[in-house]
Design a binder for this molecule. Structure first.
Ligand code: MRU
Length: 372
């Protein structure tokens, strides 16, 4: 089954939409949420309708394109009046129309940029949009809107190709009979399709190398239990769900051969931010002499940050921990600490798998050699 994380469509009435599979209700329900502008797109990112670093980035790019299309429609309605006024004042109608458009686009960008802080792919995608806006600054809003949509579609297409490349590079590292442990969801749902860490697992499974995938449930939002478990079932890849606190005993019992995760941001020295709990797994993997792999596209690298301590770590709402789906289990008024990510130091990472190949022993030098 093809997992349609996000798709853009233009309705016959001219309204453009981004449809997102609602990841909050999977796997019990498969329902879609429509975004029509930057505001609704930013809300979908903030509220976890869509999540996972690459998926967030592509969604934000579509959010910019949708906002531009909405503004073009709005301004078109007022254009006739403006034209008359502008001609009277000797201002070209193009100039008159473009200024409020670019002002509104800056507000939209700011809204998207504050939706979630940790995954650098969001800021990477917005920077690609900035390049389009700057390059076409003197052009009409219609031209800019079309260019932003072309960009979003390109990022969408390219992401699947990158993931397939990562899959091939990563699968080559694994032996036949591998029992691999993964955390969170770095699959088709976290990307435009195929996945990063799950992409490697998919490719290795196609080569008949995977005996079992240990799926960490991934407290508190349960991306593993809900999303990764569902994806692996769809693909008929052998998998077993475990609680996050079972990894140590499984490793001690010799039931895990390797760990693979995705990433939300990789600093210039190779430190990796990923879902809370990843660091613990890396420590355990080292203690049990197991390889610890990270699969992440180059858009997840943030060379502006010298090390992982500088990566902003999102703290999410208390109610994600005190209960789920309206069911509360913690006592009322309980103080809660809910960081969504942690940082794994580069020294614990065996290799980072990117679309370019395998970056072994990440360090400042090795990252620079691989990325630049
Ligand atoms: O809070 P989430 O669900 O957005 O966190 C996602 C992760 O931590 C993933 O492992 C990461 O984004 C890599 S996705 C290919």
């Amino acid at each position: 089954m093809k997992i349609d994380t996000l798709h853009y469509l233009a309705r016959p009435d001219g309204i453009e939409l981004l449809e997102l599979i609602d990841q909050r209700v999977l796997p019990q329900q498969v329902r879609f949420i429509s975004c029509t502008d930057a505001g609704s797109t930013a809300n979908a990112i903030r509220d976890m309708v869509v999540r996972g670093a690459p998926a967030i980035g592509i969604t934000a790019a579509y959010g910019m394109a949708l906002e531009a299309a909405t503004l073009v429609r709005t301004f078109r309605g007022t254009a006739r009046k403006t034209n008359t006024r502008a001609t009277l004042h000797g201002i070209s109608s193009e100039e008159e129309r473009s200024k409020p458009f670019f002002r509104a686009m800056a507000v939209a960008r700011a809204r998207l940029a504050t939706s979630r802080p940790t995954a650098v792919n969001l800021f990477w995608a917005l920077a690609r949009c900035d390049e389009v806006l700057a390059g076409l600054g003197a052009k009409s809003p219609d031209v800019v809107a079309r260019a932003l949509l072309t960009l979003a579609r390109r990022l969408h297409r390219e992401d699947v190709a990158l993931n397939r490349a990562m899959g091939a590079h990563g699968a080559a590292l694994l032996q036949a009979g591998t029992r691999i442990l993964t955390h969170c969801n770095a699959g088709a749902l976290a990307t435009a399709g195929y996945g990063t860490a799950l992409g490697v697992i998919r490719a290795a499974h196609a080569q008949r190398k995977i005996t079992n995938v240990w799926v960490d449930e991934t407290r508190p939002f349960l991306q593993g239990a809900r999303l990764t478990a569902w994806e692996l079932q769809q693909e008929k890849i052998p998998a077993t769900l475990i609680c996050d606190n079972m990894a140590a005993s499984l490793m001690a019992a010799g039931k895990v051969d390797a760990v693979i995760v995705g990433a939300d941001r990789v600093a210039a020295n190779g430190d990796v931010a990923n879902k809370i709990g990843t660091y613990g797994l890396a420590v355990l993997a080292r203690a049990h002499r197991l390889p610890f792999y990270v699969a992440a596209p180059l858009s997840t690298f943030d060379l502006a940050l010298a090390n992982g301590k500088l990566i902003p770590i999102e703290e999410r709402a208390a109610d994600e921990m005190t209960g789920y789906f309206g069911k509360r289990w913690a006592p009322e008024k309980m103080r809660v600490f809910n960081p969504a990510f942690d940082v794994t130091p580069a020294r614990l990472v065996t290799a980072i798998i990117t679309e370019r190949g395998v970056l072994s022993k990440p360090s400042r030098l090795n990252v620079a050699r691989h990325v630049v």
